[in-house]
Write a protein that binds this ligand. Structure first.
Ligand code: GLU
Length: 293
């Protein structure tokens, strides 16, 4: 009897210690940000969580989406969307390593492992899906044209048909391919750089007559220099933005899609927009339906 009571007391003590230990472990994890989440063994999520670090590919020259400013880190909607995912991986924000991924190198950066994921105004399309996979979409932009504020000669993509005007875009981007269909002579009219800020400078300096890419990227530049630039017409394509990951990593893609869906529900996606690109006159619209292809 005495022994029984003692072992019962010991049992209770052991249980209390175990629960106590658990509680304090969780608290420590939450407060230190070392990540208390658990993921399937061998998954990308587990690997990144264990490493407590992640390489995020984004743009460094696009106001409102990914622009490196005085903080030394890129800022914008893409960066905020990346942070929502990183948080759910149980990795502290200050452990994100940002990698600049201009349009042309995005697939390579994913395939070669220079970036664990790419959030970089990255249009989902079938050609790119041959090499990488996309979670999302998390936004839908559309191609547009930016001209000097006093230009009335360019009103849309067909304004390039007469062969006299030069238009700048970025190598490896969807707008660069699209605009080639509208010009008379690609060799003399289409000027390609590796980043959009070089196109903006060429427009400002008068070397080209227009810049073409997604409306939201152009609106970012216009917001920074309203006296110089304007949009020339309406959007003429659809550019659904996805998050690029390794082609066969369906588990990571599903995980990101889950995070996106949660962010559409709990207001964090809208807040990310309102704090960044939403300030430049572009519309957020309804949350897109993620495509779990
Ligand atoms: N969304 C388009 C693309 O992925 C244009 C913007 C960009 O080049 O990042 O090609």
């Amino acid at each position: 009897m005495k022994l029984n009571r003692m072992s019962a007391a010991l049992g209770a003590l052991t249980l209390a210690l175990a629960v106590g230990a658990c509680g304090s472990k969780d608290d420590d994890a939450a407060s230190s940000g070392s990540g208390s989440k658990s993921f399937a063994a061998g998954s990308t999520m587990e690997k990144l969580n264990k490493a407590q670090s992640i390489k995020v590919g984004t743009k460094f020259d696009q106001p409102g989406f990914g622009q490196k400013g005085l903080s030394g880190k890129p800022e914008g909607f893409d960066v905020e969307v990346a942070k929502l995912i990183v948080k759910e991986l149980g990795i502290p924000e200050d452990k994100i390593q940002y990698v600049e991924t201009p349009s042309k190198i995005r697939e390579d950066a994913i395939v070669n492992g220079q970036a664990d994921m790419v959030v970089a105004t990255y249009t989902i399309n079938d050609k790119r899906k041959e090499r990488v996979a996309f979670a999302g979409p998390y936004y839908e932009a559309g191609q547009n044209i930016m001209v000097k504020k006093d230009d009335t000669s360019i009103t849309g993509p067909d304004s390039f048909k007469d062969g006299t005007k030069k238009v700048c875009s970025v190598t490896g981007s969807t707008p660069a391919e699209e605009i080639k269909k509208h010009v008379k002579d690609v060799a003399t009219q289409v000027v390609l750089f590796d980043t959009y800020d070089k196109c903006r400078d060429a427009l400002k300096g008068g070397q080209v007559n227009a810049v073409t890419t997604d409306n939201v990227i152009l609106l970012g530049y216009i917001s920074k220099d309203q006296d110089s630039f304007k949009l020339a017409g309406d959007n003429f394509t659809k550019e659904p933005y996805g998050i690029g990951v390794k082609k066969d990593d369906t588990a990571f893609r599903n995980f990101i899609n889950d995070v996106l869906e949660k962010s559409y529900q709990d207001g964090s996606w809208k807040k990310a927009w309102d704090d960044t690109a939403g300030k430049f006159g572009a519309q957020l619209g309804n949350a897109p339906t993620v495509n779990r292809y």
